[in-house]
Design a protein around this ligand. Sequence first.
Ligand code: ADP
Ligand code: SF4
Ligand code: MG
Length: 353
Amino acid sequence: MSAAPLASAVTPLAEARGLEVAFRRRGSTVQALDGVDLEWRQNEVLGVVGESGCGKTTLARTLLGLEQPTGGELRFEGATLDRSGVRTLRRRVQMVFQDPYQSLNPRMRVSELVQEPLRMQRMGRAERVLRAATALEDAGLGPAERFWGRYPHELSGGQRQRVAIASALAPEPAGLVCDEPVSALDVSVRAQVLHLLLGLRRTRGLALLLITHDIGLAWALCDRVAVMYLGRVIEIGQASDVLERPQHPYTQALIAVAPSTRPRAPGQAAVLEGEVPDASRLPSGCRFHPRCPRARERCADEDVALRPSGAAGQTAACWYPGFEPRSGLAGERRPADEGPERRRGPFVLHAEL
Ligand SMILES: Nc1ncnc2c1ncn2[C@@H]1O[C@H](COP(=O)(O)OP(=O)(O)O)[C@@H](O)[C@H]1O
Ligand code: SF4
Ligand SMILES: [Mg+2]
């Protein structure tokens, strides 16, 4: 199967072509990633959405150099990854985990937590301290001395996530992978943490990869959105195009079950129907065909790669793509001059931005 060209003028931060990651589990092979085509561009906020088990975390871990691809290609800043490339990747891309209660070592002080990644790089103490203090202040924990000696249990949930963000910032990465970065936080502090992440994109020129199950958040915050299904990206494009005029039946189904500010159309499904996908038993042809309301004979026989469909830059892996307004998925385009933090529209946001 050949991938569609993913052209962009500037070298992407990371680029996956036919990327595969397989795991062995109880005698069978789980194809967690099975031909991912994706560009994560410099300084962009790229959303990754999809049902549980579709491969989002595996993709994130592979982009961080924590999983070894078993097939395909992963390029980072234009270079194919070899051993030294993986070391660079581990410095240039950092992770913000979902749960700051679990991701921070409770026996380490804030100063140690933020310096830890720099210590691993064997950086000298003076530079480490300076970098850690700057990272804490950039993460909204200033003056740094106020937090320096504290342990995680002496901090609120929002402050802990800021410490996690500071330790991700300390190595001065080009990209931050954020796996559900606010879903474990109290609703009242979610917006602050999201504003912080978006602010860092401006001030530090960071690219963000935002993994979220919250379509409203992806719609409000992301420049582009990639929709994953059973180990592949099945639709990608500008967030407003993908989420307001989705071309792939799966994206349409995902949006149809997302909390919406509009009442559901009569007969519109409230849950995604069909068998829960299993990455150890991939269907033939188009992997969505057993659940697809639009499936025809060809769909069960012939696999389909991402192909241009819908707006400019929008691609969908479907033989019969197209937006169906009657599926109750229509949205409103936001005004072009409206900043990402102030977007409003067809989805409920789980944080007041
Ligand atoms: N270390 C592992 N060993 C075996 N299977 C795994 C492992 N990590 C993930 N998987 C499987 O790979 C698939 C994708 O998982 P994951 O990337 O965690 O999806 P998501 O983050 O979208 O929920 C799932 O079927 C999951 O069970
Ligand atoms: S290729 Fe066929 S089965 Fe797959 S999403 Fe498109 S219409 Fe549905
Ligand atoms: Mg996950």
